[in-house]
Design a protein around this ligand. Structure first.
Ligand code: GCO
Length: 261
């Protein structure tokens, strides 16, 4: 399908070393894109590159923290020199701290907002400036159920992901005239290392999520690939400022009592 073909495109997926970022990167690569990933951990970057190359994808990696705007600027410059101009930016790098709001350390709150929201802005600005010169591009911000809903212990994450949703709309507003589409993907509850602590057998949250999700299961990372390809491709050229929730129906429903089928 030429509408969804990413042959010749370069996709930068921040933090694309595992989990949802990796699944989306694989989807983009299967559609023809060349991958660039980033990480703050050398061993994770190496392992991910080996994985991608083992699957026959063209992939390169850069080691930096997206919250360091000076280093990020140098790294974007370097990757463009070495790989070429970036057509697709997936702002995927993110962290979570689960801690009640009454006791969460301010430093921890700041760090979550810094990585999940400010880091996405830094990367969008750096790559966006190049996209303006190149005649356009695609930016995909990885949002969350917490862009819409609250939950105990994730105040910083919800504040950051809610902010990322509004940043998506704002950038879409400012950059549409440059042929840049800025959209978001809001994953529901997925089986990844991030959710591992709340998915363990017997954890009440595990059962809660399955009951709360109309599809009655956790998402598999591969469930995200199609949406990522759509938002990265020509098929979405008139889609701008939207968050596509890939959540098995969570946001569509009020939920149901645990004794109901
Ligand atoms: C949590 C989870 C979530 C998910 C996801 C939901 O503790 O509630 O980790 O934040 O990871 O972002 O969309």
């Amino acid at each position: 399908m030429t509408l969804f073909d990413l042959t010749g495109k370069i996709a930068l997926v921040t933090g694309g070393t595992h989990g949802l970022g990796m699944a989306m990167a694989e989807g983009l690569a299967d559609a023809g894109a060349q991958l660039i990933i980033t990480s703050t951990t050398p061993s994770k970057l190496e392992a991910a590159l080996e994985h991608y190359r083992g699957k026959g994808y063209q992939a390169s990696g850069y080691l930096f923290d997206v919250t360091d705007e000076t280093l990020a600027a140098q790294m974007v410059e370097q990757m463009v020199q070495e790989q070429g101009e970036i057509d697709i930016l997936v702002n995927n790098a993110g962290i979570i701290k689960r801690e009640p709001a009454l006791t969460m350390k301010i430093d921890e709150f700041r760090r979550v907002v810094d990585v999940d929201l400010v880091g996405a802005f830094i990367m969008a600005q750096l790559v966006g400036n190049r996209m303006v010169k190149n005649g356009g591009g695609k930016i995909i911000n990885i949002c969350s159920m917490m862009s819409e809903l609250g939950r105990n212990t994730v105040s910083a994450y919800a504040a950051a992901k809610g902010g990322l949703k509004m940043l998506t709309r704002n950038l879409a507003t400012e950059w549409a005239k440059y042929n840049i589409q800025v959209n978001g993907i809001g994953p529901g509850y997925f089986a990844t290392s991030q959710t591992a602590p709340i998915r363990v057998d017997g954890h009440p949250f595990n059962e809660f999520i399955i009951n709360r999700t109309p599809s009655a299961r956790w998402g598999n990372p591969e469930d995200l690939a199609g949406t990522a390809v759509f938002l990265a491709s020509r098929a979405s050229d008139f889609v701008n400022g939207q968050i596509v929730y890939v959540d098995g129906g969570i946001l569509a429903t009020i939920g149901k009592p645990s004794n109901e089928d």
